[in-house]
Ligand binder design. Structure first.
Ligand code: AHM
Length: 337
């Protein structure tokens, strides 16, 4: 195999960007590097999941009332550990933990960022060798530096994110992150253990032919959503229909594919669960930030996801995200956002 030495690694890329901003402290780059390190460790374990006795439930139940798998705990511990021992993060909130974790020491209290993450999204897919992922969002704290962070630092609207990203543990392991300067993807090169820039300046195609939704819940959705899904299934010259339905059940994999190829992903509210399943802070806000920065759109059906003021750490929201023209087509049924 011919190795292209011109390809930038994640570290080289962030350092190159830092050089353009002489006043930048490098804290955000350091934080991204810390998350990348935790993800490498998770990646190793995910790849071994079929070999070692790491599958199965621990028997405990998380704050969402779901069974916690061992890999969820492992991924959570890696992220918390790396960020706690690093010098770039003042505290975290995790989908796996019921409360925030404040890294209350002198160095951490002087850090300006907090991080929120879902350590292992789609974890019910681990046992069957299907792609899963890690999702994260980074915010600038609102409380003064030098003090321990508080809940106010975490209950911020998604539009306050300074960076967001995900790692997909799939046929390759890819880290995608967005800042106000754009969205870039890095594939983990196992031969050198580094992420290499593989998807520079990702743009979400304005339209696509893929819709992703749990069809099993079809009769639980409200009429406007059902009417849109019906249109997705019809032959229609103006929108290129019928569309192709793809639903992996790991949002990281579903949204990553739609981000690259064009498409729409929906997790609407249902009769039983009007707010759907997905968590605003750990899953929806990071993806909304990434997809908007790539030119797409994300809403809860009524408003922009990034403008929702969270009331609690673990709140859920209906979620619609994807290519701009497909989102607009959806809104012709659900109402313009
Ligand atoms: P999980 O992390 O507990 O598996 O839940 C999150 C996942 C998302 O990645 C995915 O989009 C959704 O749950 C699928 O839910 P459903 O099986 O209800 O369609």
């Amino acid at each position: 195999m011919i190795v292209n030495r011109q390809v930038l690694t994640l570290d080289e890329f962030t350092i190159k960007q830092l050089r353009d901003f002489p006043n930048a402290t490098g804290e955000l780059s350091g934080l991204l590097r810390d998350i990348g390190l935790a993800a490498k460790r998770v990646n190793v374990e995910v790849n071994k999941a079929g070999l070692v006795d790491i599958l199965g439930d621990t028997g405990t139940v998380n704050i969402q009332g779901e069974e916690v798998k061992k890999m969820d705990e492992f991924a959570n511990d890696q992220l918390v550990g790396v960020l706690r021992h690093g010098i770039n993060c003042a505290g975290i909130a995790s989908e796996e933990l019921d409360d925030i974790v404040v890294f209350d020491d002198e160095v951490s209290n002087n850090s300006k960022y907090i991080c929120m993450f879902d350590p292992l999204d789609g974890s019910s897919n681990i046992d069957v060798n299907v792609s899963i992922g890690t999702i994260f969002g980074v915010y600038r704290r609102v409380t003064p530096k030098g003090t321990p962070v508080t809940m106010d630092d975490f209950l911020q609207a998604g539009n306050k994110q300074v960076a967001a990203g995900y790692i997909i543990y799939g046929s390759s392991t890819i880290l995608v992150y967005a800042t106000k300067r754009g969205v870039n993807g890095f594939t983990l090169d196992p031969s050198i253990g580094e992420y290499s820039l593989s998807h520079p300046d990702i743009k979400c195609p304005p339209t696509g032919r893929i819709y992703s939704v749990n069809h099993g819940n079809f009769f639980q959705y409200e009429d406007p959503v059902r009417n849109y899904i019906n249109v997705c299934q019809k032959k229609n010259k103006s929108n290129g229909g019928p569309y192709t339905q793809r639903y992996i059940g790991s949002m990281v994999a579903d949204v990553h594919r739609n981000l690259v190829k064009g498409g729409i992903f929906m997790y609407p509210g249902t009769i039983d669960k009007p707010n759907g399943k997905l968590r605003l802070l750990y899953e929806c806000n990071p993806f909304a930030y990434i997809v908007e920065k790539a030119g797409g759109k994300a809403t809860d059906g009524k408003q922009r996801i990034l403008d929702i003021q969270p009331k609690e750490l673990h709140e859920r929201t209906p979620f619609f995200i994807g290519s701009i023209e497909m989102m607009e087509e959806l809104e012709s049924f659900t109402g313009k956002v």
